[in-house]
Design a protein around this ligand. Structure first.
Ligand code: AMP
Length: 275
């Protein structure tokens, strides 16, 4: 597995990688990341992983400085699933004196966009740079970050990036808690209790399928349940999977999306609601 620190270095290896799938990440790997890499092995000649803790997508009050970093362990994990190349640029030089912002608008202004202003501009700008630096034929993202998938899809369509997108399901702990690098902030006990977020999504989904309560009642009781379990919800919404617009009535392609803080850690999750 080749580790490249600069765009020039990556470009030297690029020809021998053939049809390449890129998995953009911020490192601190878990099974969720590895599942994307394995998918890449399945659908492309080679897989490249980028590791870059993107300062542009963190607000000043966010956890940028404390974000878990474990580069050597990440390299070993990537190698264990057959990753061919890692692009791990130096944070300073990759974003040095950057003046250009990719701002997707529309879909990026809802939910996460509302609660984390500028977040998706940071994501879109850096993902664009990663696409141009590594030139993948395929790029793979996790549905754990459901709105991020929608924002990237819009960007790829609008800017005509010649890249096929692949979105993969969320990997979960046995408890149902979505795997996340941020779960490392929890104590053992807190992590065990954090699965209530997923339990609440499942309960709300079942209630929507049962059809004996209004969507608004269901969403309200989900938020109350989260508060009762010491979560601080930012949003809990039933949306159209494509537009992410909120829906007050049952629809065929609905999705429940949630963001909530638990012991100071901001968690997001989502599930499809199948009628
Ligand atoms: P991150 O390192 O958190 O920026 O995530 C890198 C990629 O891994 C993104 O496309 C995420 O959506 C994806 N990812 C993160 N957690 C999971 C998970 N539990 N299951 C599947 N994909 C995930």
């Amino acid at each position: 597995m080749k580790v490249c620190r600069t765009i020039e270095d990556f470009r030297k290896s690029r020809p021998e990688l053939g049809k390449m799938a890129l998995v953009p990440t911020m490192g601190a790997f878990h099974e969720g990341h590895l599942s994307l890499m394995r998918k890449g092995k399945e659908i492309a000649d080679s897989v490249a992983v980028s590791i870059f803790v993107n300062p542009l997508q963190f607000a000043p009050t966010d956890d940028l400085d404390n974000y878990p970093r474990q580069e050597e362990k990440d390299f070993a994990m990537a190698e264990s699933v057959g990753v061919d190349a890692v692009f791990a640029p130096d944070a300073q030089s990759f974003t040095k004196s950057i003046e250009t912002t990719i701002s997707v608008g529309g879909i990026s202004l809802l939910w996460e966009g509302e609660h984390r202003p500028g977040h998706f501009d940071g994501v879109a700008t850096i993902v664009s740079k990663l696409f141009l630096a590594t030139q993948p034929e395929i790029a793979i993202f996790g549905q754990k970050d459901f709105q991020q998938c929608a924002v990237i899809a819009q960007m790829v369509q609008d800017l005509n990036f010649p890249i096929q997108l692949q979105f993969e399901p969320t990997m979960r702990e046995e408890s149902g808690l979505a795997m996340s690098s941020r779960n490392e902030y929890f104590t053992h006990d807190q992590k065990a209790k954090a699965c209530h977020l997923h339990d609440t999504l499942i309960a709300a989904s079942t209630q929507i399928q049962r059809c004996d309560q209004s969507i608004n009642e269901i969403l309200l009781s989900a938020q109350q349940s989260l508060i009762a379990h010491h979560f601080d919800p930012e949003y809990f919404a039933y949306v159209d999977s494509m537009s992410l617009e909120p829906k007050e009535h049952r629809i065929s392609n609905g999705r429940l999306i949630v963001a909530a803080r638990f012991h100071g850690v901001r968690l997001i999750d989502n599930i499809g609601v199948y009628l």
